[in-house]
Design a binder for this molecule. Structure first.
Ligand code: NAD
Ligand code: SIN
Length: 480
């Protein structure tokens, strides 16, 4: 489906307009084609978008919950109609395989029903009897939410903030990722076609400067998914402003422990999915693999290296590929540089991650042995797995926890007491048994402690940060 209405860079008060800031473009990392050209929003346009959201909040914030729900259900339908166009936009911008981009759009559609359930379950209205009358609990929206998303799920992750925020009665200004700007306009078209009142969602395109303008604007909340570095900067910027809601979903340095009661081949398969899905560009990807010393660990490692060497790599429209390119040639060069830094510190490349063409984003999957290297507790957002070996499960858990992050983790093992031990001690918000670390369930909260965020988990728990509770004691008469 195409939208003849969609022309312009910014969507403000339900109208498209050209950006008045710096021009920028995005090239496809699979072939170098220019896939998006436009202009960033100027500071004045960001201000205009926030003003539009503020004005729309006056009505939308007081609209009946059920009426807001109906609009969002129509939005889900409009997204469904645009599925192929949205998937193509995502794939061309960031090189994500088309099959995965289609799944991303499906997740965006499903987010509406999940968020309606979560809003009723975790927020909503509740009443309890009391000896003087009753207790009423209701939830109120905050106001204008600034929404920032990462490039790796340029539709799904901002959508995962916007949908619960709107359901709760907030209005939004969304700054799309400059590395994947093409899907956001299609989302705006879907909102407009669904009948969302003008100003409830506004879009500004641009990079850091535009982001900085939005951050400094008169907002009531900042809903962010992205890197630790940016999240910390936002946190510092908003220090001393507790009245601004700040929800931070950041990165991870996720461990996967494979322990020796597991099947070696099945374990290797789970490790491959965990480390290399979406070319390692998922915040939940396993970055560190912890194996027992000895024969079983050797077998698992051999199988992983063998499988990783044979992974098929291709452009986003290659149905047989397992990995597409990284988001840009620059990201590919950075991945190689990260590996080189590990090697300089004493790591050994068992299977080197290599950039295939310096002008494109393709890299091969890599495996490095970290036995003789000090750990480097940084997130590497690409297909490189760092391997550690442990004498026993205690040491494995200690190694797994040797990170300031806490997003995701996993255990592959057929022994349930070992799972109980790991589950009690491993510090990770997403912790799976015999499942890849990636592919989180929409029915559950998503987020983790430490440098992975600020304890405001998203997904099913997004309803929590989108509304504030109002608790009332209600006596039917002043006479008591
Ligand atoms: P990023 O932090 O570089 O960018 C995210 C957004 O912030 C973009 O819109 C960007 O323009 C904006 N931004 C960046 N620096 C800014 C600045 N100085 N001022 C104003 N705005 C700024 O993240 P990314 O590279 O796009 O995404 C990858 C990161 O996202 C990884 O670290 C990954 O782990 C993380 N991520 C986290 C989750 C999660 O749920 N925890 C999910 C997916 C991705
Ligand atoms: C991500 O948000 O980057 C990954 C989520 C997932 O794989 O479930």
């Amino acid at each position: 489906m195409t939208d003849p209405s969609h022309s312009g860079d910014c969507f403000i008060t339900g109208e498209w307009m050209s950006g008045e800031g710096a021009p920028f473009q995005k090239t496809c990392p699979a072939n170098g084609d220019v896939v998006w050209t436009g202009r960033a929003a100027s500071g004045a346009q960001v201000g205009q978008a926030v003003k539009a959201a503020r004005a729309a909040f006056e009505t939308w914030g007081r609209t009946e919950q059920v009426a807001r729900q109906v609009v969002l259900e129509r939005y889900a339908e409009e997204l469904r109609l645009r599925k192929e166009a949205m998937a193509l936009a995502i794939s061309r911008d960031m090189g994500k395989l088309l099959k995965e981009a289609r799944t991303e759009v499906d997740t965006m559609v499903a987010k509406v029903a999940v968020s309606i359930k979560a809003q009723a379950d975790r927020a909503g209205e509740h009443s309890l009897p009391a000896d003087f009358g009753h207790l009423d609990l209701t939830h109120r929206p905050h106001g204008v939410m600034a929404v920032f998303g990462p490039y790796n799920f340029p539709g799904h992750l901002p959508n995962g903030h916007i949908v619960p925020a709107l359901l709760a009665g907030n209005t939004c200004v969304f700054k799309a990722s400059e590395l994947a700007p093409s899907v956001a306009p299609l989302m705006m078209d879907a909102f407009r076609a669904a009948g969302l009142p003008p100003g409830c969602v506004n879009l500004v395109q641009g990079g850091r400067e535009t982001g900085g303008d939005l951050l400094a604007a008169d907002i009531n909340g900042l809903l962010f998914t992205g890197s630790e570095h940016t999240g910390r900067m936002f946190h510092r910027f908003l220090a001393g402003r507790p009245e601004v809601i700040l929800a931070l979903e950041m990165g991870g340095n996720n461990p996967l422990i494979v322990w020796d009661s597991a099947d070696a081949e099945a374990a290797a398969d789970i490790a491959i999915q965990s480390a290399y899905l979406t070319t390692g560009q998922r915040c939940s990807c396993a970055r560190r693999l912890i194996l027992p010393k000895g024969r079983f660990g050797d077998q698992v490692l051999e199988s992983i290296v063998d499988r990783a060497r044979r992974l098929s790599i291709g452009p986003w429209n290659d149905d047989t590929a397992f990995m597409g390119p990284l988001v840009s040639a620059h990201a590919a060069a950075q991945a190689v540089a990260f590996q080189n830094k590990l090697i300089a510190g004493g790591a050994r490349a068992i299977l080197p991650l290599e950039q295939r063409d310096k002008n494109l984003g393709f890299v091969s999957a890599g495996v490095v042995d970290m036995s003789d290297a000090p750990p480097m507790d940084e997130e590497m957002f690409g297909p490189l797995l760092q391997v550690y070996r442990a004498d026993d499960i205690d040491q494995a858990i200690t190694l797994a926890n040797a990170t300031r992050f806490g997003l995701a983790g996993g255990l592959v093992c057929d022994d349930l007491p070992t799972w109980d031990l790991v589950r009690n001690r491993l510090r990770a918000g997403i912790l799976n048994l015999n499942r890849p670390t990636v592919g989180a369930s929409g029915q559950m909260p998503f987020g983790g402690p430490g440098a992975s965020g600020n304890f405001r988990p998203g997904a099913y728990y997004a309803a929590d940060y989108c509304a504030w509770p109002q608790a009332s004691q209600v006596a039917p008469s002043s006479l008591g």
